[in-house]
Design a binder for this molecule. Structure first.
Ligand SMILES: Cc1cc2nc3c(=O)[nH]c(=O)nc-3n(C[C@H](O)[C@H](O)[C@H](O)COP(=O)(O)O)c2cc1C
Length: 413
């Protein structure tokens, strides 16, 4: 695979030698094109050493043009990957200008283009940046991330460049360029949350639950197979990332809440499949707590309710809840369906012999005026059946011409 790697002037450019190595490990030939600003953050010398190719920086480099013109470079590429992608390059790409080598090449290539945005969280949330992001995506560019977490500027939020290894894994996936564009969810964006959350007590201990993330990951995969663009906000799990899905990793309920809200404006279908901790320690000790007393108490406070906060956004989404219960599963699920005014709920029994961490699951789906039971089957298979039902209910209640958002809330796996 021939990859033109465009590097632009963001602080995350310091991670690009690592990205080049990860791409080359997966068999890619990497030709680097840097913007002038990128050279302020990482040297062409380092990048030339790791890529094994001379770096292209200037549209007006006569020698480089003579050996491989920018048009030949555009033809050579199987993929143009821009990482990190600054707010500025996104604006230049959205505007269709070609003032430098990288943008000229992007206009001249027939290869797919993927960008991994990286910037301060406030920049990322800026409506101008979001509008450019939407436009680029509508034109078929693949947007990788950004990730949520601590930023170089000292802030926390959405805007970190995805991990180099995750970018390399995503773009080198054979399905990447030929992403599914057909199916009942084509043109829709689905956001799935999955896995448990970890709520720190001190630097070495945390509260969590038994969720493996398997159900949520399978749902993300099934939604992708139906043609949707899928964002997976994942708590800490030991699972392989689903093909063609953009994964954002978080740890705590608060981070999951922030990541969900950072992406929710673009989302048609919100699938909150995570087992979010309902409570977290009121204080996080900065040093390891020593065993000096015979007993100790932890004060817990409520974690943010992701469902409630999404429901409060204004739009009335088609909402499907998942209820993981150890007893009176149907009763509790029906209560949740009514209290939270959901359109559908999936009742899921969890315990020592089923549910969490098992590869199989059986569920009962309830909605006003109907129900359907799904017998024990592999979670991967169940995910497809559930997505079929969701699409069916969504279409029949909202109709094909409407464009409502659809939420699936709290799948506990
Ligand atoms: C120290 C520093 C760090 C920066 N980090 C980022 C960043 O992470 N993301 C971003 O979009 N812009 C960042 N900028 C601003 C860009 O460098 C600036 O918009 C530049 O014009 C981008 O040009 P380019 O897209 O052609 O590389 C940073 C600027 C400075 C001075």
């Amino acid at each position: 695979m021939n990859i033109v790697l465009g590097i632009t002037g963001g602080i995350a450019a310091y991670k690009t030698p690592e990205l080049v190595r990860r791409l080359r490990e997966r068999g890619a030939d990497v030709q680097i094109v840097m913007t002038a600003s990128a050279e302020e953050f990482v040297t062409p010398t380092s990048l030339q050493a790791v890529s094994g190719r001379p770096i292209r920086t200037n549209l007006w480099d006569k020698e480089a043009e003579a050996s491989m013109s920018h048009i030949e470079l555009a033809r050579w590429a199987d993929l143009v990957l821009i990482a990190p992608a600054t707010a500025e390059i996104m604006a230049r790409l959205a505007g269709g200008g070609a003032p430098d080598l990288l943008t000229t090449l992007c206009l001249a290539t027939e290869a797919p283009i993927a960008i991994a945005p990286a910037m301060n969280r406030v920049m990322w949330a800026n409506p101008a940046v979001q509008a450019n992001r939407d436009m680029l995506e509508q034109r078929g560019m693949r947007i990788l991330g950004p990730d949520v977490g601590s930023q170089a500027c000292g802030e926390e939020g959405a805007g970190r460049m995805l991990d180099p290894d995750d970018i390399a894994a995503a773009v080198c996936d054979p399905e990447f360029a030929g992403a599914v564009v057909d199916g009942p969810l084509a043109g829709k964006t689905v956001l799935v949350t999955a896995g448990p959350t970890r709520e720190p007590i001190d630097p070495v201990r945390y509260i969590t639950n038994r969720s493996s993330g398997k159900m949520g990951y399978a749902i993300a995969s099934a939604a992708h197979a139906k043609g949707a663009r899928v964002i997976l906000v994942s708590g800490p799990v030991m699972l392989q990332e689903p093909n063609g899905v953009e994964v954002q990793r978080v740890e705590t309920a608060e981070e999951m809440h922030a990541a969900t809200h950072a992406s929710i404006v673009d989302v048609d279908i919100f699938i909150a499949a995570a087992a979010v901790a309902d409570y977290r320690p009121a204080d996080r000790a900065t040093q390891k707590i020593k065993k000096t007393k015979d007993t100790m108490s932890l004060e817990l406070v409520r974690s943010p309710d992701i469902l409630a906060s999404v429901a409060a956004l204004g739009d009335v989404p088609f909402t499907v809840g998942f209820a993981a219960e150890t007893e009176r599963v149907r009763d509790y699920a029906l209560g949740k369906l009514e209290n939270k005014k959901l359109d559908m709920i999936v009742a899921n029994r969890v315990g020592s012999d089923c549910g969490f961490d098992y590869d199989d699951n059986s569920v009962e789906v309830l909605w006003a005026g109907g129900e359907r039971a799904f017998p024990q089957m592999a979670k991967t298979e169940l995910a497809h059946e559930l997505m079929d039902l969701i699409v069916e209910r969504f279409t029949s209640t909202r109709g094909p011409d409407t464009q409502p958002a659809l939420s699936i809330v709290s799948i506990k796996d």
